[in-house]
Unconditional design. Structure first.
Length: 268
């Protein structure tokens, strides 16, 4: 019976992380909330869960954007080897993704542990959700004009630093990057694609840095269940979010962040 309860707890955390990772409401913040108020927790020194759930969401993002990744890789390579002008746009897009990855990578190495220690608990998460909600509200009606071919180094750096801000627990990574991208004039579909393609190298880097922490023989079944659910929920959540972005309904996530953030601050 105890083993079943453990499996169910990890299944819930995997599904929660998977569902909240792609949408702009902060997966890390919701895991903190779940662990605090539902009595569901993982060991504080157990990075295996974090690494695996991150890997599951990464796989889901790669599956959804597989055509874009293949196109960028193929055209980028052709531009490097053949200097075909037709593929220059895709090559530059790859460069901008690399540039946009640097701020979160560098600041993550320097500040992630410090931020996690200083801002732990549910109250900072509540405040961060309010900030996320306000940012989403401010860009709710923007449509933008910039497509892939109009991007530049300044755009990549701004979105990259926005991704770094998401190191703060409760600040949504997808929310921060999409807000920044739309704030500097990107079209919704361009902002969404740049945000999630930017997620891939950062997520992969996190996994590689923490892969030595993987050790979960005693929790093999719960972790497999959580990993599977996180992957499935991440995939369908991302597809759902893409539809919402296409319809311009991001304001509903702002409402959600306001409500949850206020509930946490005033009642907990």
């Amino acid at each position: 019976m105890d083993e079943l309860i453990i499996i169910l707890k990890y299944a819930f955390l995997g599904a929660l992380q998977g569902f909240t990772e792609p949408i702009p409401i902060s997966s890390s913040g919701h895991l903190v909330i779940a662990q605090e108020f539902l009595g569901i927790s993982v060991p504080t020194n157990d990075f295996s869960f974090e690494v695996l759930m991150n890997f599951a969401s990464l796989i889901a993002v790669i599956i959804v954007y597989r055509k874009d990744l293949i196109k960028l890789t193929f055209n980028g390579f052709k531009y490097i080897t053949q200097r075909e002008e037709a593929h220059k746009k895709d090559f530059k897009f790859i460069v901008y993704l690399i540039v946009g990855t640097l701020p979160a990578g560098l600041l993550g190495l320097l500040l992630e542990d410090w931020l996690s220690e200083k801002l732990k608990g549910v109250t900072p998460v509540g405040v961060a959700l309010l900030i996320t909600g306000l940012a989403l509200w401010l860009i709710r009606n923007l449509k933008g004009r910039k497509s892939d071919k109009n991007l530049n180094f300044r755009d990549a750096i701004i979105v990259g630093f926005a991704q770094a801000i998401a190191l703060i627990p409760g600040i949504s990574r997808s929310g921060a990057t999409i807000v920044a991208a739309m704030g500097i004039g990107m079209k919704r579909d361009t902002a969404l694609r740049f945000s999630f393609l930017l997620y891939i190298p950062v997520s992969l880097g996190t996994i590689l840095l923490k892969i030595d922490d993987l050790a979960f023989k005693e929790l093999l079944v719960p972790y497999v269940v959580a990993f599977t659910l996180s992957l499935v929920f991440s995939y369908f959540s991302l597809k759902w979010f893409m539809g919402i972005m296409e319809r311009g309904n991001i304001k509903y996530f702002a409402y959600y962040c306001f409500v949850v953030g206020l509930l946490i601050i005033f009642f907990f």
